[in-house]
Design a protein around this ligand. Structure first.
Ligand code: GLA
Length: 691
C-alpha cells in the first residue's frame, strides 16, 4: 500500500480554511499608508478575496539594517487580514535582497557570461551559490517563520519569487560548479569522455581547471556542448538548493502548512518536473497577452503543464493580470469582458485558484503601469466591476476545489534537458525552438478540444491512446526504451523531426539518425536539410497539397511507409512523413514543419487512428474542458474566447445540467446553449457519454 502524501494533508487543511477556490492576488501593503490597508480589507471583502500573497519584496523593509528587524507593519497587516478572514500566502522575501547586502557584500551580486557583475537596482540580484547570500536569506526566513508560525492569517508559504536559475560566473559559482561536476562524474576522465574534450584538445587534467562556459563574445569559436548542458543543469540545481533551504526552514516551524514557489510555465531554465516534486502544490504566474489571438491557446498549454507536473493534482494560478501586462514594448488593455473566460480557463484545467499580480496598482516603481484588481481609478472602474463579478463566479465554483481532470487520452512529451540541448548553438539549424515545435502540435489538439497531459520520456505511458513527441532531440536510453516499449505494446506515437539524435551528454548517437528511434520509426536519415528562412516546398498528404517549411529530413524507408511526400524541390517524391507498424503499435514520423492546415490534418489523422475522442465539437474559439468536483461530479466548462455570440448544440440526457455561473437559482440547460461574447458556462453533472 502506498503511503499517504503529506502534501495532500497540508492541502486538505488549506481547502478547509478557504471553503472553496482561492481568490485574490499579490498584496504589497508596504507601498501604502496604514489607512489604505483598512480600505483594502473592506474591498477584499467586497470582491470575495480569501487569499493574498504578502511580503514577496519586503526584505529591505523587514530588515532595514543587518540584524535589525521591523516587523511591526507586517504584524498589523497580518492581524487585519486575519480579522477579515483573508488567508495569507506568506513569501520569503529573498528574491529582492536589501541594498545593504549589495553594499556590504558586493560578492553576492551575480556575474553574467560576459564577466560583468549585475548591479543593485532591480530584483533577482543575487548569486545563488553565494554562502553569504544563503546565510542572510536563511536568517530572514527563520525570523519570519518563527514570528508568524502561529499567526491565524498564515495559510501557506511562498518561497522566493519566480526563481530564474541565473547562470552565475563569479569565482564562488565556478568553484561550486566544479564541486557539482566532481560529484556528477567522480573522475575527470569521465567528464572528458562525456564532454568529448578530445575535440579541439579541450582535455582537462583536473576539475580545478574547468570553468563555466563563457559568453560567445568572449570566445573565438563555439562552446563545448557538454559543458553548456551541464552548466544549465548546474544552474537549475543551484537555484533548487536555494529554494529547498528556505522550504526546510519554514517546514520546521509549520509542518502542517503547504509550501509552494511560483513557476513561470514554459520557462526554459528550470526543470519544473524536478521542482514540482519538492513542493506541496504547483503554482503558476501567467501573462498571456490580452490582445494576442492565440492567448487562450498559450495559456492553455501552460495550464496543462502545471496540472501535469504533479500527476494531475490541482494547482494554483497565483498571478495573472486583470488587464495590461508589461511584457512588450506596447502593452494593450484587456478588452471588456475577457477577464472572465481567461480566468475560468485556469480553473477548467485544474487550478484551485484565480489570483492576480497585484491587488492594488502601485503609484511608483517599475510596474506602476501593470494592471491590478484595484486599478489607479479604484472601485469606480470597469476592471473593479469585472473583478467583483469574477469573485462571485469563483465562489459559485467552490465545489471544484480539490477536484481533478480525468487523465487525458493523449500525452505530449516535455523534457527540459532536451530543450536546453536543442537550443544550444552549432546545429544544422539554429532556429529550432522547443516551444514553437510544441505549439505546432498542441494547436490542432487545443482547437479540437482534445485533452492532453504532459509527460516525461520515462513516464508510465500505458494509459494513453496517443503519445505526441514534438521534438525530443536529446533522450537517454531509459526514455528511448520507454517510448519504444509503449509502441511495441500497442501504443500510437507521433514524433517530429530532429528527435532521438543525441544521448544525455549531447553526444550524437552512432549508426545514423535518428539514433534512438531508427528501429521504432523504421527509417534512416543520413542528411538533415534545413530550409532557408521563408523557403517553402510543396507537400502532398492524402489528396491534400500543402507546404513544408523550416526543415527537411532526407528519409530512407527501412520498414516504414510514406504518409506524405514532397511535391517539388530537390527532395521531390521523397517521404516527408512516414508510418511504421512496430510491435502491435504504430509510429508516425514528421520530417518537416508542415503549414498549419496540413499539420492539423496529420495530427488529427493520428488522433482518429488512436481512437481518441474530443470533449465536444464547438465553434472556433470556444473551449470545452472537463473537470470533476472534489466529490467526483463531472463539470463541463464552455468558454467563449471570441467577441461573437455563439450557440452550442447540447444533446443533454434526462438529468438536465445546470449552469453554475447562471446566477443563484439557475435554470437547467436544454438543447442549445447561447454564449455571449466572452461568455462562460460551467455545466454541472455532465458525464462524458451524455453529450
Ligand atoms: C511576475 C512577478 C511579479 C510581477 C509580475 C508582473 O509574475 O512575480 O512580481 O513582476 O510578474 O510583471
Amino acid at each position: 500500500m502506498s503511503r499517504p502524501d503529506p502534501a495532500d494533508e497540508r492541502l486538505a487543511g488549506l481547502r478547509q480554511r478557504l471553503q472553496g477556490l482561492a481568490y485574490g492576488g499579490d498584496y504589497n501593503p508596504e507601498q501604502w499608508p496604514a489607512a489604505t490597508w483598512r480600505e483594502d480589507v473592506r474591498l477584499m471583502h467586497e470582491a470575495g478575496v480569501n487569499l493574498v500573497t504578502v511580503g514577496v519584496f519586503s526584505w529591505g523593509l523587514l530588515e532595514p539594517r543587518p540584524g535589525v528587524y521591523e516587523f511591526g507593519w507586517l504584524d498589523e497587516v497580518m492581524d487585519l487580514l486575519a480579522e477579515a478572514g483573508v488567508g495569507v500566502d506568506l513569501a520569503t522575501p529573498t528574491v529582492a535582497p536589501p541594498s545593504w547586502l549589495a553594499h556590504e557584500h558586493p560578492e553576492t551580486l551575480p556575474v553574467n557570461g560576459e564577466g560583468r557583475r549585475i548591479a543593485f537596482g532591480s530584483r533577482c540580484h543575487y548569486c545563488q551559490s553565494s554562502p553569504v547570500f544563503r546565510h542572510y536569506a536563511a536568517r530572514i526566513t527563520e525570523r519570519l517563520a518563527e514570528r508568524y508560525a502561529g499567526h491565524p492569517a498564515l495559510a501557506m508559504w511562498h518561497i522566493g519569487n519566480e526563481y530564474i536559475g541565473f547562470g552565475c560566473h563569479c569565482p564562488v559559482s565556478v568553484a561550486h560548479f566544479r564541486r557539482w561536476l566532481a560529484a556528477r562524474y567522480g573522475t575527470i576522465a569521465a567528464l572528458n569522455d562525456a564532454w568529448g574534450t578530445a575535440f579541439w584538445g579541450q582535455r582537462y587534467d583536473s576539475f580545478d581547471h574547468v570553468g563555466t562556459p563563457a559568453a560567445r563574445s568572449r570566445t573565438v569559436s563555439g562552446p563545448n556542448p557538454g559543458q553548456l548542458l551541464d552548466f544549465a543543469r548546474f544552474s537549475d540545481a543551484a537555484a533548487l538548493e536555494c529554494y529547498s533551504a528556505e522550504r526546510d526552514i519554514v517546514r520546521r516551524h509549520t509542518p502542517h502548512l503547504p509550501v509552494t514557489t511560483n513557476f513561470m510555465g514554459s520557462f526554459k531554465h528550470l526543470d519544473y518536473w524536478r521542482w514540482a516534486a519538492e513542493e506541496d502544490i504547483v503554482s503558476l504566474d501567467i501573462y498571456a497577452g490580452p490582445q494576442d489571438p492565440e492567448g487562450p491557446l498559450l495559456a492553455g498549454y501552460n495550464f496543462d503543464l502545471m496540472r501535469s507536473l504533479r500527476g494531475g493534482k490541482p494547482w494554483l494560478m497565483l498571478e495573472s493580470a486583470t488587464g495590461r501586462n508589461l511584457t512588450d514594448g506596447r502593452n494593450h488593455a484587456r478588452p471588456a469582458g475577457q477577464l472572465r473566460p481567461r480566468s475560468l480557463q485556469a480553473v477548467a484545467r485544474g487550478a484551485d485558484s484565480v489570483m492576480f499580480f497585484q491587488w492594488r496598482a502601485s503609484r511608483a516603481g517599475a510596474e506602476r503601469y501593470h494592471s491590478a484588481m484595484v486599478p489607479h481609478g479604484g472601485a469606480r472602474t470597469r476592471t473593479w466591476r469585472e473583478v467583483t463579478a469574477l469573485g462571485r463566479d469563483v465562489a459559485r465554483l467552490a465545489d471544484l476545489s480539490g477536484g481533478v481532470c480525468d487523465p487525458a487520452e493523449v500525452a505530449v512529451v516535455w523534457d527540459w534537458e532536451s530543450w536546453w540541448a536543442l537550443e544550444s548553438p552549432d546545429h544544422p539549424s539554429n532556429d529550432l525552438r522547443f516551444t514553437d515545435r510544441l505549439l505546432d502540435h498542441y494547436r490542432p489538439l487545443w482547437n479540437a478540444n482534445i485533452a492532453i497531459d504532459f509527460v516525461r520520456p520515462d513516464s508510465d505511458l500505458s494509459g494513453y491512446r496517443l503519445v505526441v513527441v514534438p521534438n525530443l532531440y536529446l533522450v537517454d536510453d531509459t526514455g528511448a526504451d520507454n517510448l519504444t516499449g509503449y509502441v511495441r505494446a500497442g501504443g500510437h506515437l507521433l514524433m517530429s523531426y530532429f528527435s532521438g539524435i543525441v544521448d544525455e551528454y549531447d553526444r550524437v548517437r552512432p549508426g545514423g539518425h535518428p539514433g534512438a528511434f531508427r528501429e521504432l520509426l523504421g527509417i534512416e536519415i543520413d542528411e538533415f536539410a534545413p530550409m532557408r528562412p521563408g523557403e517553402t516546398c510543396g507537400l502532398r498528404h492524402a489528396g491534400h497539397t500543402g507546404t513544408a517549411t523550416e526543415w527537411q529530413d532526407v528519409i530512407d524507408l527501412a520498414g516504414a511507409e510514406a504518409l506524405a511526400a514532397y511535391a517539388d524541390g530537390e527532395l521531390k517524391g521523397l517521404p516527408a512523413a512516414t508510418r511504421h507498424r512496430f510491435g502491435t503499435g504504430t509510429a508516425t514520423y514528421l520530417g518537416t514543419s508542415p503549414d498549419r492546415e496540413t499539420l492539423r490534418r496529420l495530427v488529427l489523422d493520428c488522433v482518429t487512428g488512436a481512437g481518441v475522442t474530443p470533449v465536444l465539437d464547438t465553434p472556433e474559439g470556444v473551449e470545452a474542458v472537463r473537470r470533476r468536483a472534489a466529490d467526483g461530479t463531472e463539470h463541463l466548462f464552455l468558454l467563449n474566447h471570441t467577441t461573437d455570440e455563439v450557440t452550442i448544440d447540447l444533446v443533454t440526457g434526462p438529468d438536465r445540467p445546470v449552469d453554475l455561473l447562471a446566477g443563484d437559482a439557475p435554470e437547467p440547460v436544454t438543447g442549445r446553449l447561447r454564449l455571449p461574447p466572452f461568455g462562460a458556462a460551467v455545466l454541472r453533472d455532465v458525464p462524458a457519454n451524455h453529450l
